[in-house]
Structures are given as structure tokens and as C-alpha cells.
Design a protein around this ligand. Sequence first.
Ligand SMILES: Cc1cc2nc3c(=O)[nH]c(=O)nc-3n(C[C@H](O)[C@H](O)[C@H](O)COP(=O)(O)OP(=O)(O)OC[C@H]3O[C@@H](n4cnc5c(N)ncnc54)[C@H](O)[C@@H]3O)c2cc1C
Length: 448
Amino acid sequence: YFSVEKHDDCFCQLSGKIDECTCNIDTVDHFNNVKVYPRLKSLLLKDFFRFYKVNLKRPCPFWSDDSKCAMRYCHVEPCLAHEIPEGLKGATKDNNSQKTHLQTSPADKYARDQNEGCTSQHNTLDYLNKTLSEKAQKDIQLWNAHDDAQDNFCEIDENDEEAEYVDLLLNPERFTGYAGASAHRIWKTIYLENCFRPKRSFNFNPYIQSAKLNELCLEERVFYRAISGLHASINTHLCSNYLLSESNGLSLANPKGKWGPNLEEFQKRFSPDTTNGEGPNWLRNLYFVYLLELRALAKAAPYLESEEYYTGNDPNDWDTQMAMKDLLNVIKSFSDHFDESTMFRNTEQAEKLKYEFKQHFRNITKIMDCVGCDKCRLWGKLQIQGLGTALKILFSGKLDNVANNIKLDSHNKKEFQLSRNEIVSLVNAFGRLSNSVYKIDDFRQILR
Ligand SMILES: Cc1cc2nc3c(=O)[nH]c(=O)nc-3n(C[C@H](O)[C@H](O)[C@H](O)COP(=O)(O)OP(=O)(O)OC[C@H]3O[C@@H](n4cnc5c(N)ncnc54)[C@H](O)[C@@H]3O)c2cc1C
């Protein structure tokens, strides 16, 4: 079952097919490292993707927050008001254009034309009162929000009073020193309580052995692999952006520190010798979740191509729009996408399973509020929201019939919506996975 080639000198020289998918590891390596990674790297510097709104102060709903990471590197600096682009602060172009759109929508125009051509008698007999009381309008807004929330895999906190904008470029994901019981409790809770488990698993080890995965059904395996892939990605980042200058990682002697790849740490975390043979499988799960999010971006491409990426700075926004279109064209050109249509097929079970899948995932979003290191919490929340957005795109069913080359009309846009934060988290989360795939290749080069 192990996918490491015997004669390869590096455990991370993975090969063969990615589990649950039809494409090979090296296909993804090449596609990502040459085409996707450089594009994402510059795209994620744009203001639209740089500012993420998040509530880092939500209390942990499951246990009292036992350990706060005291290291400087755990700290997150929220943005000051003047640092946030005007367009993100309140009156967005979207709001404005929606207003004008509503005033001149074809339906309104039709009604107006009809009325203008009517006699006064017709006016009274045919009159359809289209005005809505303020209360009804509010109710409709609530219903729409409710319907939309049904598609969501995440607990959204961007509207919380305590939510603040964070500049992601000033708070890079890297080694923080967050470890030990608190970190283990989070991962353990995620795996133990929220991942579906093999029915005959009587042991209390929360971590599923890869060899037992075949006892799970496809949907459950996908869920597990996505979480494990994200876990592998986070741990790859802390190895590739490790604090090198201070041996104990806690000294305040060097305020900036020297950061870079730590091969030993990477080997310890992923080599078969130190992980009971599991490390390479965790890395393969990283490729799996990469393909899952890649497919979500391809599926949502018609939606994302019609976005304005508004921040209030027209030339920059136009650049962002063009860069996003370019990236989406590359993503659409990938020939071997993950096929989500094989999931939730068995009609009797499907709805129940989908519901459970969603509930499990929502729980994980709540567990993120228990992460005891602000920076880890920030990136954990962002990556989980990004993954949740990918799942919403893949499984809400609302984009299933939208062909790749069709521009979304306003009807489709009303049917399916992504908030700014969902788009920011999805693209940044995918950026993190892309970065991990790239960094693993760096480690391979060092080991060669
Ligand atoms: C949400 C979150 C975000 C974090 N962000 C950061 C960060 O930005 N920077 C930082 O330095 N630290 C971060 N951490 C901490 C980091 O992930 C580790 O928990 C920590 O470094 C301790 O590592 P460990 O070797 O003890 O094993 P852990 O990574 O804590 O893993 C615990 C156990 O899970 C199993 N396991 C490990 N990897 C996988 C996998 N991929 N798939 C399945 N099972 C696996 C193993 O049995 C392992 O013993 C974060 C933790 C969490 C929960």
C-alpha cells in the first residue's frame, strides 16, 4: 500500500496515482510548480486577497482555553483603520451596483412599460401591487440568508462585532512553536470526534491508519484525506519557514529572526521511520486536497470570472481581475480534475451523508476557536474556511449545470453566492497548498 518507491533515496519522492483521483503526483508537481505557483504568488499580493476579516476573539465553545501561546511569533497584528482599502470598509461597489441594477432590472422595466401603456381602468384591474413592506423586505433578506447558509460548510464570523481585518502579508504562516498538549488536543478532537471512523475500530487511537481507510466509504475517505492533507500542509509550512537563528526558538535576542527550511524537522514529521510508515501517505493527502480545491476553483470559474475584486482602487482592481482570469484559464486547462460527481450518488443515503458531512465540517470550524496561538488560529480559520468554500462549490449542486464557457447571469448569481471573505479564503487556502507542493519539491532537491 505504501506509495514510496523502494529504490528512491527520498521518502518524499512520491509517485503513482493520487488516491481517489486519476492523475499522478508528478503531473501535479509540474503543473503546480511551473504554472500555478508563480501566478498565485503575485496574485496573493493584491489588496483584494491581502485583507481577511476574522474574529480571533471568539471563545472556545468546547473547553476553557487552557494554553495561550506566549511567543512573539504567535501574535497577530490587526490592521489599523487607515490601512484598510476604502472599498472594503463599507459602501462597496457591489452594494452600489446592486442598487442601480435593482432600479433598472428588466422586470422593473417591463412593469413600468406595461403601466405606461395601460388605461386607468386596466391600471386598477390588472394592478399587481409589487411594493413590499419594509418588514417583508427584511424577512426576504433573512430567508435568502437562511437559504444561502444551508449551502455553507462553515460557521461564518466575519459579521461578528469583534471581527477585524488582518493583513495576511504582515502575518505569514510559519513556525510559531505552538505544540504540546494544546495543539494535540485540537488535532485529536478533529480526528476523533469529527472524522468518520472505521466501524470496527475499537482502539482509542484517534489517528486513523492509512491501511484501514478502505473500510470507509468514498465520502468518508474524502473527508479524512482533506483534513489530513490540510494538517500535512500546515506542518510542511512550519518546516519550510522555520526559525533558524535561535536554537530554543524562544529567545528575544534577534527581533526579526532568521527564517528558512529545516530539513531535519521535515524528515522527523514525514519520514516513514518516525511516523510508523504514515508520513508519505499524509503527504499524498496533501496532493489530494490540492486537487479538491483545484477542482472547486475550476467549477466556480464562471462565477469568479465575473467578480469585480473591488477595493476602490480601479487600476489595481482591474489588474486583479485580469490576473484572476489568467489563473482560472490555467486551472481550467488541467486535464485530470477530481470528479466530485462520483460522491453522494446513492440517493437514499446521499442526503443523510451529505448532511452529516456538513455538520462534521461545521464542528471543525468551531474547533478552530480553541486554537491557543493567534497566528495558528488565523491561518487555521482561513484554511478551513477556504476548504469549506471549496466543498460548498462542489456539493451545493447549484453550479452543476453551469458550463465552463458560460458567463453567469444575474439569476445564477442570485442562486449561488460567495461572500468576499469566502473568495479570499478559498484563493489563499489554495495558495497555501500550492506553496506546500512547491516546498516539498525544495526538500526533495536538498535531499538529492
Ligand atoms: C489549526 C492548527 C494550526 C497550526 N498552525 C501552526 C503554525 O502556523 N505554525 C506552527 O509552528 N504550528 C502550528 N500548529 C501546530 C502544529 O500543527 C503541530 O501540532 C505541532 O508542531 C506539534 O507537532 P507534532 O509533531 O507533535 O504532531 P501534530 O502535528 O500535532 O500531530 C499530532 C498527531 O497527528 C498525527 N498526524 C500528524 N500529521 C498528520 C496528518 N497529516 N494526517 C493525519 N494524521 C497526522 C500523528 O499521529 C501526530 O502524532 C497548528 C496546529 C493547529 C491545530
